[in-house]
Structures are given as C-alpha cells and as structure tokens.
Ligand binder design. Structure first.
Ligand SMILES: *Cc1c(COP(=O)(O)O)cnc(C)c1O
Length: 303
C-alpha cells in the first residue's frame, strides 16, 4: 500500500521517501506507520496502551458506532478523548516514525490526521462500548491550485444553530458533496454556505462554524500585525463591499478567494502578492516551517 521507501536504517543516508516530491498534490500517499489506541467508553485513554504500527486497514464490526451512527467528535458526541499531553505525544511518535515522509522544505507538508471514533458495536442509540484513537499521515502539496472562485449556495444548509457545525464530526463534509459537485461542474472551485479596511471579519462561533485552529492562529497573527478582527454575523451584502476574502483550515492553510457568485451576480476580489491573505499565509507557514521565529509558542520540536 505505502509506496516503497528508501530509509531502512537510521544512518540518515536516505532522508526522504522515494517519491517525486516536485509533483506532490493532494492525493492519498499513506505514510508507513500509524498510531493506534483504544479505550472502553467508561474509561479514559492512557498513554501506556498506544502503539505505532505499520499503516494498514483497520478491522471494525459492521455494527460499529462510527459506521451506523457517525460517532466521531469527542465530548459533544459522548466519547472520552485523549489528554492534550497524550495527543501531542502520539503526534510526535507518528511524525518520528514517518520522518522520511516529511516533505523537503518548500515541497509540501506532512498532513497528520487524528481520528477519534466509536469503534465498538452498538444496536441502539448509545455510545459505542469501545472508542479508538488513530493518527495516520500523508505527505501533501497544496489543496487548492490558486485563488478560489466560490458559488453562494442558498438552498442546501451545511450547518444549523444548535447542530454540530462547530465540532469535527463526520457529517461536516459528505452532506455538501452534492452541492460542491454541482458547483465544480459549473467551473467553480468551491461553495460558500450562508450562515448567519484594516478590519478582518469572520463569522462568530455560534453553533455553525467550527472554531478551527487555523482560524484562531490567523486571528492572532492578524491582531499582531495591527488589524482589527471582528467576529460577527456577516450578512451576504457585506461581501459585495470588501477588498479581499479568504478561507482557512489545516488542509487549505489560507486560501484567497478570487470571486463569489450569488445567482447572476459575481463579485471579484484582490488576490496575489500585495494582499493581506498572502501576508497572513507567509507568517503562518513561516512559523510552521521555522523560517520565522515562533514568538507564539506554537511549534514543538520532536527530534
Ligand atoms: C476541520 C474543519 C475546519 C478547519 O479547522 P482546522 O482546525 O483549522 O483544521 C473548519 N470547518 C470545518 C467544518 C471543519 O470540519
């Protein structure tokens, strides 16, 4: 499954896996090892039981909570979760085990995916008896190949107040595949779902927006640059009147939006070199890659 690798010893002679790093896209290239641990629903995860094992399919019951009821998402979905220390330790172990899959500087990133699932079998609507926590990884290049052209979707809703739009659940994505596929067929890059100068506005976190770590990091970086950041309800009409629009997330980092189309109205935005989004992107990736000194205390050395 995993591509052949050259690093079989610790000599460091072959630092990188044998793939074409110049053509790294957003395709599935599983790194060699994954971290796996389990716990009983009544218990908490402990660091002693976790293991690094070769990347492989996992076996779960067809009755697994995750498959039948979509149980992924910690407290809100009634599952125990690892402590922050356990999480960080498990990520370190996964990255170290896969170190030759960390792309050479400038070629991409190692996308680390943690997954918490109700893996035990259930028949009724209750927490699965067994919860699994896995971390696996995949080297990736850029998710989007340039600025985004978005289509405003006003019929399908991605999230509703009181729902689960603000947590990492399995339902965040497949319910919108259809809207995205239809927008892509019309030539757009993605869909903008409606929600609810030196000012950067982001929708307030009130049940439909996931308080992502990238969003949070970008807010802090923007404040550091002296921008005023407001978290508020953003009416659609406000989008007709701004200079720049961008999206954030671990996978997309900071992605500039080139245009938004609503019905037959299309608004274009500034993208490219002299933009705020570029400045924020450069700062965040600079800190991530060690090019810029991390004054935020966000980076962790693992080796
Ligand atoms: C994962 C996710 C994000 C991005 O969060 P990050 O922590 O920045 O990766 C944003 N919105 C939704 C709905 C998500 O599932």
């Amino acid at each position: 499954m995993a591509s052949p690798t050259q690093t079989k010893s610790d000599s460091g002679a072959e630092k990188y896996a044998d793939i074409n790093w110049d053509e790294l896209g957003f395709d599935l290239v599983p790194a060699d090892y994954m971290y796996v641990t389990k716990c009983d629903k009544e218990e908490n995860f402990t660091t002693e039981v976790g293991n690094i094992i070769p990347y492989a399919n996992i076996a779960i019951s067809p009755f697994a909570g995750i498959l039948n009821y979509g149980q992924i998402g910690a407290e809100r979905l009634c599952m125990p979760s690892p402590s922050i220390e356990h999480f960080v330790e498990a990520v370190k172990q996964t990255v170290l085990a896969n170190k030759h899959w960390v792309p050479p500087p400038g070629k991409g990133s190692l996308y680390v995916r943690p997954l918490l699932i109700g893996s035990g079998p259930v028949l009724s609507l209750v927490t699965a008896p067994e919860i699994s926590f896995l971390i696996y990884a995949c080297p990736v290049g850029n998710y989007h190949k340039g600025p985004l052209n978005l289509l405003v979707e006003d019929k399908t809703h991605r999230a509703t107040p009181g729902g689960t739009g603000d947590i990492k659940t399995i339902t965040n994505y497949s319910p919108v595949y259809k809207a995205i596929a239809q927008a892509k067929a019309r030539g757009f890059s993605d869909v903008l779902f409606l929600d609810a100068g030196n000012v950067i506005s982001t929708p307030a976190i009130c049940g439909t927006i996931l308080p992502g770590i990238t969003r949070k990091s970008i807010i802090e970086i923007a404040l550091g640059f002296g921008y005023q950041v407001e978290e508020r309800v953003i009416p659609l009409v406000d989008l007709f009147d701004v200079d720049e629009v961008f999206c954030t997330g671990t996978a997309v980092v900071v992605s500039p939006v080139a245009s938004i189309t609503y019905g037959d109205k299309r608004i274009e935005y500034k993208t490219g070199a002299e933009t705020v989004s570029k400045k924020l992107y450069d700062m965040l990736t600079g800190i991530q890659t060690g090019r810029i000194e991390d004054k935020m205390g966000w980076t962790v050395e693992i080796d």
